[in-house]
Design a binder for this molecule. Structure first.
Ligand code: SF4
Ligand code: SF4
Length: 289
């Protein structure tokens, strides 16, 4: 099973939930930090790094001795990463998404593959759990290609057991890329107007993916009831509520795992684990109905 822990809004406690859920998971599990712009799951899981590799994106390099300036590549590229001006071909590697389209359409085979470094793919062990992380290169704007590299390496390694993904916050391309291959989406929110607003956005963005979704209300007791009303109206099950307590904030601020350090809170994450399993079963049943 692949569980994506996501949130429409940053700062709701998504990484706290990912780390705590990993720590109480039953059976083999791998934690994956796909928040590649600002990965921080490692600060809580303290993995021993076993391998780090630089991931690259294939970008076009044009051999102008073969080019006939037909413009087919420039007309195809939706990202304006390649342009033909008279008898000059210009490429803009930092704007290339690596789709490979220009390579395929060039009738003269004038385009070969160069590369642009995207960032690092890190693999390791956090206690008994596997650990993977992407870390975007400073100055690199596009995170989905690096996220795909992390998931490709993970799939190639085929670790035993389940996978818990700490997804990037928000509802744009990186967030969708992180949850699209998951079996279950756990949306972490807080009972505030901002939390509810962004939960609505996340729900709308992920609904077309047709995956079972459930909600973790973090800092419950902090704000208003609107988030509960929205979940009820939308049929979103509340999997777990984590109270608004100073001890949780303190443990988190110290870089420790809440479900490990606070025995009184641990049952909530065990309950969340059971709820996630149950949610996954509903998804399987729906798929076979
Ligand atoms: S690989 Fe795709 S995105 Fe990059 S320049 Fe070619 S067509 Fe554009
Ligand atoms: S498609 Fe090939 S031949 Fe045509 S302009 Fe682009 S690089 Fe040159």
């Amino acid at each position: 099973m692949r569980v994506a822990v996501a949130s429409g809004k940053g700062g709701t406690g998504k990484t706290m939930v990912s780390a705590s859920l990993t720590a109480v998971w039953d059976g083999p599990v791998t934690a994956v930090d796909l928040d590649v712009e600002e990965p921080n799951l490692h600060l809580f899981l303290h993995p021993i790094v076993e391998e780090t590799r630089t991931a690259h994106l294939e970008v076009p390099v044009v051999d102008e001795t073969r080019c006939t300036y037909c413009r087919e590549c420039a007309e195809l590229c939706q990202y304006k990463a390649i342009a033909v001006l008279g008898e000059v071909v210009m490429t803009f590697p930092e704007m290339c998404h690596g789709c490979g389209g220009c390579f395929a359409v060039c009738p003269e085979n004038a385009i070969s593959a160069g590369s642009r470094p995207l960032g690092e793919v890190v693999r390791g062990k956090a206690g008994t759990a596997g650990f993977w992380m992407g870390r975007l290169r400073v100055g690199e704007a596009m995170s989905p290609p690096l996220m795909r590299e992390v998931l490709r390496d993970l799939d190639a390694a085929a670790p035993e057991g389940d996978v818990i993904i700490d997804a990037p916050p928000g509802v744009s391309c990186p967030a969708v890329s992180a949850v699209i291959e998951s079996d279950v989406i756990v949306l972490v929110t807080e009972p505030t107007p901002f939390g509810t607003f962004d939960l609505r956005l996340a729900y709308k963005a992920f609904l077309p993916l047709n995956k079972p979704m459930g909600v973790v209300v973090n800092r419950s007791g902090l704000g208003d009831e609107e988030v509960y009303r929205f979940c009820k109206e939308s049929g979103l099950p509340i999997l777990c509520e984590i109270p608004f307590e100073r001890s949780i904030a303190e443990v988190y601020a110290e870089g420790q795992i809440v479900s490990v350090q606070l025995p009184e809170i641990q049952p909530l994450f065990r309950k969340l684990r059971r709820a996630v399993h149950a949610l996954a079963r509903t998804g399987k049943e729906a798929a076979h109905a």
